[in-house]
Write a protein that binds this ligand. Structure first.
Ligand SMILES: Nc1ncnc2c1ncn2[C@@H]1O[C@H](COP(=O)(O)OP(=O)(O)OP(=O)(O)O)[C@@H](O)[C@H]1O
Length: 266
């Protein structure tokens, strides 16, 4: 396997009691690319995320992360390998402030259990300082200084989504899965999020897989796009190649979406 491939999905098949959620799904994540997965509702996008993060175990195929098969590994082990995820619905601790929510993303980096931490306070404090420093860097990167001491539940939706992204970054991921990062956002919030996603790719050089219904965003940001329909990949290539692919056009027209989802790339 090329050293440049962090994640490789090969011939994955997933069924639920007769429903074929994924069939013959194969793709690689190369370098620090932004790889988007698109498709109508029920196409299998979330199922791919759940297979990658260890929530679902496919009946056939393989998923390799950094050259090692992660099939059958528990989600927290996979996360500790460096595969972080944000969710469609925000999953933060609403009563905790921004800093504490980000610190929770450092959890598996703490390197000690609580009793151990008490016994070895000196080391624990040093570790704490390193974790705080990383969290401060993320606060800076995502431009959320003004909110740092506020309970997350009080913050505007777009900022909460940014903090969820920050918590995933606090895990120092080697691959980041973004599940509909701009869903429910207004235009300004969407533009901000798009800028942060590009900065993560270009400055932090973290590869990402993006599942998103906002086709304008996908076609503007993604390096490569895989289109899915009924659990099957129907096209994989550059945004321009995928959006002009006849099977993709057919899948979206068949989905009966009111909006013209496939737009011209400028
Ligand atoms: N836990 C489950 N139990 C039964 N069927 C499931 C389960 N998870 C997914 N499916 C089925 O697998 C198929 C793919 O669903 P999935 O949620 O992956 O699609 P999706 O592309 O993410 O859709 P959406 O855009 O609506 O989020 C659907 O037919 C869905 O009903």
């Amino acid at each position: 396997m090329s050293e440049d491939i962090i994640c490789s999905v090969k011939d994955v098949e997933l069924s639920f009691a007769g429903v074929k959620a994924l069939r013959g799904v194969s793709f690689d994540i190369q370098g620090h690319e932004l790889f988007a997965i698109i498709g109508p509702n029920g196409a299998g996008k979330t199922s791919i995320f759940n297979v990658l993060s260890g929530v679902y175990r496919p009946q056939a195929g393989d998923v390799r992360f950094d050259g090692t098969s992660i099939l059958g590994e528990r989600p927290h082990r996979i996360a500790a390998r460096g595969l972080a995820r944000t969710f469609q619905n925000i999953e933060l601790f609403e009563n905790l402030n921004v800093v504490d929510n980000l610190m929770l993303g450092r959890h598996h980096h703490l390197g000690y259990s609580w009793p151990w931490a008490v016994a070895w306070l000196g080391r624990a404090q040093r570790s704490e300082i390193a974790n705080r420093r990383r969290v401060e860097e993320i606060i800076d990167f995502l431009e959320i200084e003004g909110y740092r001491e506020l309970p997350v539940g009080m913050l505007p939706y777009g900022v909460q989504k940014r903090i969820e992204l920050g918590r995933a970054l606090a895990m120092e991921p080697r691959l980041l899965l973004l599940d509909e990062p701009v869903a429910g956002m207004n235009g300004e919030e969407t533009e901000d999020m798009a800028r942060f996603i590009l900065d993560i790719r270009d400055e932090l050089k973290i590869p990402m897989i993006l599942v998103e219904h906002d086709m304008g965003l996908v076609m503007d940001l993604a390096d490569r796009v895989m289109a899915m329909d009924f659990g099957t990949p129907i096209a994989l290539g550059t945004p321009a190649e995928v959006q002009s692919h006849p099977d993709v056009i057919r899948a979206y027209l068949g989905a009966g979406d009111e909006d013209p989802v496939i737009e011209e790339v400028s």
